[in-house]
Design a protein around this ligand. Structure first.
Ligand SMILES: Nc1ncnc2c1ncn2[C@@H]1O[C@H](COP(=O)(O)OP(=O)(O)OP(=O)(O)O)[C@@H](O)[C@H]1O
Ligand SMILES: [Mg+2]
Length: 367
């Protein structure tokens, strides 16, 4: 996959600018607050379906404007494509691919694929479980066309269920029937998401082990474990039908307790992943340095799994990470990405021959 161009209009600090990219490493440099991360934010919208910095789309429209537009031109294995997103205050954004409007985010995702690596990702191992679930959700939604649909459906049903659990009359006969129906509808979506996440973790195990071994010059075995709140039995976890039945039971059997607690106690919103080092949880026992190395391995693995699933490497968007990594980890990371397309931001890097292109940002424009 190769990003050729990105045109950005009234998107945060960027008024109207077209950026062109080449193979290899593209450097976006400049002082603080000149719009470097904003360029990556705009590009990554096409991979993730929304900004990685905010859920509130009004925030990304330039302060004094009513709308923003972003467009990319990229090559995949088959052809050159254009995708665009148009934002207006007080309206839903509009998505397009090759000039045709796309109504469902699930049809938008998976076209342009990218791996984003920001300094925040370096704490992925020890941060909240939500962040690790988000990692899985973003990675899977780019390579598994059905994933986002299951996830969304589950999310809507879960909100309904939680609202019902908070009602004063949650325990009424009528509501009991509603809870049964919800359990029947949520279980297949939860099982499908679990099966896909479980299989993804199996793939992570292989890749992370290889990277971690090279980084630490040691033979420490790593294992990426999907921690489901309903089962730890691998045979059940990868069996969608067994998981469906199990979820349906869990959603039904614990209802009285959940009505007391006024919230859902089981489901994919409670799950987590843990990378185990020689059997021990990295979250709990690893040193800060080991956790950073594992986070790097995780991001590299994300790109490899995307390439295995689609036949081509994604575009790598690296936001100021060289400033955060020590020289050894930085060299290792960059050496693993040789021959891939990388767009990297930095306030300290100087132009040099190792960059295929250097873009200098000043006050939201390229100079
Ligand atoms: N909606 C908006 N409209 C106009 N300007 C905005 C908007 N949102 C953010 N900005 C401005 O954009 C600038 C930040 O841009 P960005 O985060 O891309 O900078 P950066 O070059 O990556 O800086 P750093 O090197 O510090 O990471 C800030 O000065 C901020 O005030
Ligand atoms: Mg920045």
């Amino acid at each position: 996959m190769k990003l050729l161009e990105c045109a950005v209009k009234n998107f945060r600090i960027i008024k109207d600018q077209k950026f062109e990219f080449t193979d290899g490493v593209n450097l976006i440099k400049g002082n603080n607050a000149q719009g470097k991360t904003t360029v990556l934010e705009a590009i990554y919208v096409f991979a993730r379906g929304r900004s990685f910095r905010t859920r509130n789309e009004a925030e990304i429209i330039a302060f004094d404007r009513d709308g923003a537009d972003i467009e990319i031109v990229y090559e995949d294995l088959k052809r050159t494509n254009t995708m665009s997103v148009s934002y207006k205050r007080d309206e839903n954004r509009k998505l397009y691919k090759n000039g045709i409007q796309i109504n469902k985010t699930s049809d938008f995702l998976g076209n342009f694929r990218a791996v984003l690596f920001t300094p925040d990702h370096l704490s992925l191992i020890k941060s909240a479980a939500t962040d690790r679930r988000l990692f899985l959700d973003i990675a899977l939604s780019q390579i598994e066309p059905k994933y986002i649909g299951y996830l969304k459906r589950y999310g809507i049903l879960l909100s309904q269920r939680n609202a019902l659990l908070k009602e004063k009359s949650a325990d009424s006969d009528q509501n009991r029937i509603l809870f049964e129906t919800l359990a029947e509808q949520m279980a297949p979506a939860a099982a499908a998401v679990t099966a896909l996440r479980y299989r993804y973790c199996e793939k992570l195990t292989t890749h992370i082990s290889d990277y971690f071994e090279s980084m630490t010059d040691g033979a420490e075995a790593t294992d990426t474990v999907y921690e489901s709140c309903v089962s730890q039995d691998p045979e059940i976890l990868k069996d969608e039908e067994a998981m469906r039945a199990l979820y349906e039971r869990k959603f039904t059997d614990n209802l009285s307790r959940e009505i007391n607690m006024k919230t859902s106690l089981y489901g994919i919103q409670k799950d987590d992943i843990d990378i185990r080092l020689n059997g021990y949880s990295s979250r709990k026992y690893c040193s800060q340095g080991q956790q950073r190395s594992l986070a790097i391995a995780l991001k590299l693995a994300e790109g490899d799994i995307s390439a295995e699933a689609t036949g081509e490497y994604p575009v790598y968007l690296l936001d100021d990470i060289s400033g955060e990594l020590d020289a050894k980890r930085n060299t290792f990371f960059m050496s693993q990405l040789k021959d891939r397309q990388i767009i990297i931001t930095s306030c300290t890097a100087k132009s040099s021959k190792k960059y295929g292109r250097v873009i200098t940002m000043k006050n939201g424009g390229a100079v």
